[in-house]
Design a protein around this ligand. Structure first.
Ligand SMILES: NC(=O)c1ccc[n+]([C@@H]2O[C@H](COP(=O)([O-])OP(=O)(O)OC[C@H]3O[C@@H](n4cnc5c(N)ncnc54)[C@H](O)[C@@H]3O)[C@@H](O)[C@H]2O)c1
Length: 405
């Protein structure tokens, strides 16, 4: 089958490109491969970029971490920042890259294949949409957008242009979270019963969003990957102390199919830094303490077993014939090799661009998180009543990605 290659002439750099058993030199950049004879619409597809060049938008608090990680992976090509003092800082730290003051200029420059967005949440949708429309692959910091409608539009736009869209759910790239996921999928914990999470600290207090929108996306994303289920409904109660109408402390309950539930306690008004999640399975229980230096994961071989009072009977005919036995076994602290989760996140984004692979935290993952936050907002406004999440928004979603799929 013959191959046609379309090249973006704005990028004259020559680099070798390897595709399965093909290897040849071409002018590198955004390009498109098409099997000869296929119709443009049905079969044309984007070819993976061999060495993606990333532009980071926003060099405030979090942007420099993305910049550092992409620079360490030889993928940083540009930074865009509207604040002159922050631009100066970026330029002094990375003198070899181009610094832009205007986002459109960076998108039009021909310097980048992908954008990583670290601007405040209110701009995520417009910045991500503009990048996708300029045919860039996009990594958006959490949360993906403000509404499920915005998320769905980004997913559709990315699909239409065959670009990778990824949400910055950093904790999914944490070795401890991956280990819990592996244990659950291997059946080591038995059936997943419930999860509770606490993400507490004194500050950082954001001016633009409440504590739930700022902190809960991490826990919600982890919980979706552990349950491997779309959320059914959410209830949330908030406590507001510092500013009008922006809760500082939030307690939220997420419900999933099969009687699985998750509770999240969020606060930026707490004396202790705590990032802790307890996962209760029918056979074993796990405590994930992200702040602990040497025991991030503790696996308890504990549980409650139902046994028949009449040992001779195979299956008791009524509940009264059961006896509940508390089982308390060993505590295991697995030896896990940790690296900075953001490093893994950035490497995964680059790998997805190179290979065309679906990101672990894809647009649907971003939508799932925002659907919970949106419903929780409604619940907060109505005194904590349970708010159903419309299942039709997940109609076209593929199964939740995991390391093993
Ligand atoms: N994954 C994580 O663990 C994590 C941690 C912290 C923050 N974040 C996320 O990172 C994002 C940014 O948070 P932050 O704390 O860095 O915010 P910030 O306000 O400190 O920084 C945002 C920067 O973007 C710049 N900016 C805004 N609009 C721009 C535009 N149109 N062109 C150029 N520059 C523009 C601002 O000047 C500012 O410097 C948020 O979405 C936040 O949720 C993620």
């Amino acid at each position: 089958m013959g191959l046609c290659v379309w090249l973006d002439a704005s990028k004259p750099e020559r680099r070798p490109v390897h595709m399965s058993n093909l290897s040849f030199n071409i002018s590198f950049g955004a390009y498109c491969l098409k099997a000869a004879g296929d119709s443009e619409n049905s079969m044309s597809r984007t070819v993976q970029v061999a060495e993606p060049r990333v532009g980071v938008l926003g060099f405030g608090y979090w942007g420099p971490n993305l910049v550092r990680n992409f620079a360490e992976q030889n993928a940083l090509a540009a930074v865009c920042e509207q604040d002159p003092s922050r631009r100066k800082k970026a330029q002094s730290q990375y003198p070899h890259i181009q610094i832009f003051a205007d986002y459109d200029d960076m998108l039009k420059s021909g310097q980048i294949d992908a954008v990583a967005i670290a601007t405040p949440v209110e701009f995520h949708y417009t910045h991500a949409k503009a990048a996708l429309q300029a045919d860039k692959h996009v990594l958006v910091e959490k949360p993906l957008a403000r509404t499920t409608r915005e998320c769905l539009d980004l997913i559709t736009t990315a699909k239409g242009r065959d670009r990778r869209l990824m949400a910055g759910h950093t904790f999914l790239y944490n070795a401890a979270v991956r280990k819990i996921q592996q244990m659950l999928h291997a059946g080591e914990l038995g059936d997943l019963l419930y999860i509770y999470a606490q993400r507490l600290n004194l500050g950082i207090i954001r001016q633009d969003i409440n504590a739930m929108w700022n902190l809960a996306p991490h826990d919600i994303a982890i919980i979706h990957h552990l349950t491997q289920k779309n959320p059914l409904r959410v209830s949330a109660r908030g406590l507001t102390y510092l500013r009008h109408n922006l809760p500082d402390v939030v307690f939220m309950l997420l419900e999933f199919p099969n009687n699985i539930a998750a509770h999240i306690h969020i606060s930026w008004l707490d004396p202790q830094k705590m990032r802790r999640m307890t996962i209760v399975g029918s056979d074993k229980m796990v405590v994930y303490d992200d702040v602990s230096a040497d025991a991030k994961l503790q696996v308890y071989d504990k549980g409650v077993s139902k046994v028949s009072e009449d040992k001779g009977k195979q299956a008791p005919s009524s509940f009264g014939e059961f006896q509940l036995l508390i089982r308390s076994g060993d505590l295991l602290v697995p030896n896990i090799h940790f690296e900075e989760p953001l490093r893994g996140e950035c490497a995964h984004f680059l790998e997805c661009i190179k290979t065309g692979r679906r990101p672990l935290s894809d647009g649907w993952d971003g939508l799932r998180v925002v659907s919970v936050l949106e419903a929780a907002d409604q619940s907060l406004g109505q005194g904590g009543i349970p708010v159903d999440i419309n299942p039709s928004i997940f109609r076209n979603a593929p199964p939740i990605a995991s390391e093993t799929t």
